[in-house]
Design a protein around this ligand. Sequence first.
Ligand SMILES: [Cu+2]
Length: 434
Amino acid sequence: MNPRILSRLHLGLAALALLLAVAPAQAAIPGLEGTAFWLVAREDVLSTPDGGAFLFWGLAPDGTLTQYPGPTLIVPQGATVSVQLTNELPVATSLTFPGQRGVQAVGGAPGPLAQEAAPGETVTYTFVAEAAGTYLYQAGSRPDLQIEMGLVGALIVRPAGFNPLSPQAYPSADTAYERENLFLLTELDMRVHDMVLFEGPLAPGLDALLADFQPVYWFINGRAAPDTMADDLVPWLPTQPYGAMTHTMPGERLLMRVIGAGRDLHPFHHHGNHARVIARDGQLLSSAVGAGADLAMDVFTVQSVPGATTDAIFSWTGEKLGWDIYGTEVAHDCMDHDGDQFDDHTREYCPDHGKVLPTVMPGDQEMAYGGFWSGSPFLSAGAELPPGEGGLNPGGAFVHMWHSHTEREMTNNDVFPGGMMTMLMVEAPGTPMP
Ligand SMILES: [Cu+2]
């Protein structure tokens, strides 16, 4: 056979396999996995969706691109972790690792909270990651200024025996999940960044500004909406590599790792279903060893507190909506063999099976086609779309807004919408997902 046709056939088969695969979802949080890290603190520029550009202090893994927030460090429980910090900032800096005991430092000079690296110097921190969970790391030198300037990041400790094919957040089985997302929440007072830019980090006016904190930008994973919804590592956000778009399928267990990494409280509201808070500050909500997350609680908003982390498990169920989330165009019976009222494969809520969502397609002349509808029957009626339409939502996902319920925080410098906001996309089973 012609090799070009053969390779095309292989591509076709691969695509078919991708469509048919009932692969367990393994979307993991992007970051640096390992036990030894080298981070260079230096100045760079971050951007906001309204065209703003601000000086920030970030951390460049291996001296490459400086980023905000710092790289997410993903380490195995029990490992001895070393973080080498090289300081290219104009002032002394340091890192603290709240929740990690017995942090040792080599190099540098003693500071108020941690061993500091003077400009041009290096300090290396070492600790044993004793307990699984979600943590943060942040500047330990003048934290009121340096955390605001960007020196903060997430630290994730995987439980001992972690299996990426059946991941768990903690050693207990009731913390199992299929998908995980980071929501590292921060804010930015542009007066502080501009004063550091124009008058330097020792400007006498900084104290007054920091005592009268007035943020006008709010970020999830270092981005303000709508940049939160762009993919990881998009080229137009070189210093803000982490997106915050969230995808799930009905019934999946989505682990939300929420970190209050700035200095304000943020009620992080996740539409769609309640979420079950299983841990705070890396501590499983457990009444006794071996009891699992028996003290877990359901919330409709994760109350994010500065310096604190929250792990919650969210599942979109479609339960009791009163209509069939697959419409009538997918021919299947609701197959519930384990008696939980949900289809074993599609996770549809069986009592609503066959209750057609009353979608009436308007006539072509009334239609305003948009990029966010694909013609998929999932949660709707299906129809043909004109060529080129539907590309932004190929699976016809159902979309919920996830956002700060302090609604002023859904703005970019006073312009709505923006800020601490992203979307949850509930995809139909079988849809290829990022
Ligand atoms: Cu809302």
